[in-house]
Design a protein around this ligand. Structure first.
Ligand SMILES: C[S@@+](CC[C@H](N)C(=O)[O-])C[C@H]1O[C@@H](n2cnc3c(N)ncnc32)[C@H](O)[C@@H]1O
Length: 355
């Protein structure tokens, strides 16, 4: 295993280049959390089976380095989908499991990230989930469930008899979110959508960052894409580090982080535009965002610039979906965006999660 002499860490920066070049420069045990979705377009130059093994061999080298730089209390969350080619359909997490275990990493959860929407298959069931593997370096790992509780099925349910009669029978701070996650994927009208085809949603990464790191921790993403992990880490008072090999995605990540318009008055996505206008009091009419068509905001996209109703609708849709999936009755109770869980004032972290 590579031993590296400690240098000054490139904190709060995204290396433009290959993740292995960056990883090899990092000292042992300097990272609290690694969260990433690696690429899995395997190229055309080999037969599919061979290409898959070549890819997994490359990933093994990256993950060996990730394991080395992870602190003993640290976690790694590795989000993957399916490898499909020429009659092959392989859930990639199955292939990653033994690789992660081979470095002594310990499995904690296999999270199914389910989506309401997606492509409609004609000859098989439409794919509606991918997975996130959560492994820790040791049994002494950081995890704060209280930071990421979600509303109970019956949030205000009380004991109706016995010594506890009248008292809440469930945790008023909410329940464990479980290992089936419903975060909307960043497509089409999602306000975080940039030019990248497969971004993480910020709220999903916030759940991981808040539960698995203390304030001021360092969060690493070797495959930063448009910098979602960096933005979320920064917004929650953590440091970030990472790399992105593609110059156009690297540039988008830097623009998201800066939060400022470019020379043409354009932002990488609607969310960055809206945040800027809220912060400065400037009119959204003067700006546009990259995935818009045209030079200034059209009426249609302008409508999306004030997204409160849109967000409310999204939240209701998500709750409705969870009700249908799990028989939960969430609507009759206070919505988290209104009052916080069980009417308690929301913590700043909860406000960020539900805003
Ligand atoms: C699935 S995307 C990650 C998207 C990211 N999670 C986001 O929210 O924007 C994987 C990214 O890894 C980048 N990539 C591929 N090979 C790389 C390498 N060797 N080093 C660094 N980045 C790489 C790709 O350009 C791509 O943007």
């Amino acid at each position: 295993m590579t031993k590296v002499k400690s240098t000054v860490l490139p904190l709060d920066a995204i290396h433009h280049g290959d993740c292995l070049d960056l990883l090899k420069k990092l000292p042992d045990e300097c990272i609290d959390l690694i969260v990433s979705s690696p690429p899995y377009n395997l190229g055309k130059e080999y037969e599919a089976k061979r290409a898959l093994q070549v890819y997994l061999d490359e990933q093994t080298i990256v993950l060996e380095q990730c394991s080395r730089v992870l602190k003993s209390t640290g976690s790694i969350y590795w989000q993957v989908g399916w490898f499909a080619e020429k009659g092959l359909l392989i859930p990639l997490d199955v292939r990653y499991f033994p690789i992660l275990e081979s470095f002594g990493l310990i499995p904690r959860s296999r999270i199914a990230w389910a989506r309401q929407h997606g492509l409609h298959a004609k000859n098989k069931f439409s794919g509606r989930y991918e997975t996130i593997l959560w492994f820790t370096k040791t049994d002494d790992y950081y995890f704060e469930l209280d930071k990421i509780r979600v509303p109970q099925k019956w949030q205000n349910k009380k004991h109706f008899r016995g010594d506890e009669a009248g008292k809440l029978s469930c945790n008023p701070d909410g329940k464990n979110p479980g290992d089936i996650w419903m975060f909307r994927n960043v497509k089409h009208n999602h306000e975080e959508q940039t030019i990248h085809p497969c971004q993480f949603p910020e709220d999903m990464i916030a759940r991981i960052v808040l539960s698995s790191t203390p304030d001021g921790a360092t969060v690493f993403d070797p495959y930063m894409g448009t910098g979602t992990v960096a933005v979320v880490a920064r917004d929650h008072g953590r440091h970030f580090m990472g790399s992105e090999i593609d110059p156009k995605y690297h540039a988008v990540a830097l623009r998201r982080l800066s939060g400022m318009p470019d020379a043409n008055g354009s932002f990488p996505n609607l969310k960055t535009l809206r945040d800027y206008c809220e912060r400065t009091g400037k009119s959204v009419k003067n700006f546009r965002f990259d995935v818009q068509v045209g030079k200034t905001a059209s009426d249609r996209s302008m409508a999306k610039i004030y997204p409160e109703e849109h967000h409310l609708h999204e939240l209701e849709e998500r709750i409705g979906y969870e009700e249908a999936a799990f028989g939960a009755d969430l609507r009759g109770h206070e919505r988290p965006e209104d009052h916080g869980l069980n009417g308690k004032k929301k913590t700043p972290d909860q406000q960020k999660l539900f805003s």
